[in-house]
Design a protein around this ligand. Structure first.
Ligand SMILES: *[C@@H]1O[C@H](CO)[C@@H](O)[C@H](O)[C@H]1NC(C)=O
Ligand SMILES: *[C@@H]1O[C@H](CO)[C@@H](O)[C@H](O)[C@H]1NC(C)=O
Ligand SMILES: *[C@@H]1O[C@H](CO)[C@@H](O)[C@H](O)[C@H]1NC(C)=O
Length: 328
């Protein structure tokens, strides 16, 4: 597999554009509209000559022109010379079939605010040097082949607001250190084989609005304090192995509405007092020890309206029994 010229040309233009920007505009998930805006500043006049040279080297590296390629046998990796672009504020190399690992020299880009390597074929792990990027606000690494470890100094990324890293074969427990990233607004780690429990430190993330941990192998209970995350707006914990009573009260359940997804966790159940009128894909806890948990049906088992209403009747039945027993 190799990156193609047709892909790398816009990539390089983008690289140029980003370098010439005095500072990147406010980071949002809706960058595309902004990228389209013409930028008068496009000529790299104000660049250090050595940076310009590096940039051309990088262009050489990624070009499919055979003459250019002589000194760079693999044009599809991220060149280590990238580290020379000391004033780079944003770098988007997403969707380029890049292979190899993320070079250590990435840690030299002290001005970097936005880094997007999503949807490539990158291997290895995130280099430890990334801890030096203390201006980094947006980091996207989704859909690669990164594995097994996070950088030791993860907690030093104090400016980080977006950490988007779905779809990588990580297969490790979630690092506690995420809980120290006070500015974090979005944390997306879905579909990556994470195991163990959700660290209780995650409930210290006072700016967090989106947490996506679906499709992993997470066990244990949902941390008690999640219900008091002040800005949480979208929470997807579906398709894990979580268990116990859902620690959310009815006002929390109402606030998140359909942006809360806990389905596909057979061990989870909702306390009957909070369950009325909510549909979050979780059954109601039994009021007594015998069959204390009504297992929520998997989607594949409940495709029709019939079985859904059956489940609802089951839930109402338990609720009614609970009330009969408690009024006796
Ligand atoms: C629900 O839980 C939150 C957070 O723990 C709390 O602030 C709020 O007062 C609770 N609301 C109700 C109605 O119990
Ligand atoms: C949660 O993730 C699952 C699996 O990716 C997806 O199908 C579902 O729509 C998501 N739910 C919400 C509320 O985001
Ligand atoms: C469960 O039900 C039995 C009677 O069926 C009752 O004696 C017991 O107190 C109940 N336990 C709880 C926890 O409600």
């Amino acid at each position: 597999m190799c990156c193609s010229f047709s892909l790398s040309l816009p990539l390089l233009l983008l690289l140029l554009l980003l370098i010439s920007l005095p500072s990147i505009p406010s980071v949002s998930t809706n960058e595309h509209a902004k990228k389209q805006q013409p930028n008068k500043n496009i000529q790299p006049d104000n660049m250090d000559p050595s940076e310009l040279e590096t940039l051309f080297k990088i262009m050489d590296t990624m070009s499919s022109d055979q003459n250019w390629r002589v000194s760079y046998p693999n044009p599809c990796t991220i060149p280590y010379q990238l580290g020379n672009l000391k004033n780079l504020a944003g770098l988007d190399l997403s969707y380029n079939s890049l292979t190899g690992s993320i070079p250590d020299t990435i840690g030299h880009l002290g001005m970097l605010q936005k880094l997007d390597f999503s949807s490539n074929l990158l291997t290895g792990s995130i280099p430890d040097s990334i801890e030096k990027l203390n201006s980094l606000a947006f980091l996207a690494l989704s859909n690669n082949k990164l594995r097994s470890k996070f950088p030791k100094g993860l907690a030093k990324l104090g400016s980080l607001q977006y950490f988007i890293m779905d779809d990588n074969p990580m297969f490790i427990p979630l690092p506690v250190e995420f809980g120290q990233l006070q500015k974090l607004q979005e944390l997306r780690l879905a579909n990556s084989g994470y195991s163990g429990t959700i660290p209780p430190s995650f409930s210290h993330l006072m700016s967090l609005s989106t947490l996506s941990l679906q499709n992993n192998r997470l066990t244990g209970e949902i941390p008690d304090d999640f219900g008091s995350l002040p800005h949480i707006y979208h929470l997807n914990l579906s398709r894990n192995l979580l268990g116990g009573v859902v620690p959310f009260n009815s006002s929390f359940l109402k606030r998140l509405g359909k942006n809360l997804d806990l389905s596909g966790n057979p061990g989870l159940c909702l306390s009957p007092s909070e369950a009325y009128g909510v549909k979050i894909g979780v059954g109601v806890c039994g009021s007594n020890k015998t069959s204390s948990i009504i297992k929520p049906l998997k989607k594949s088992e409940a495709p029709s309206g019939f079985s859904k209403s059956f489940l609802l009747f089951g839930a109402l039945g338990v609720l009614a029994m609970h009330q009969i027993f408690s009024s006796v």
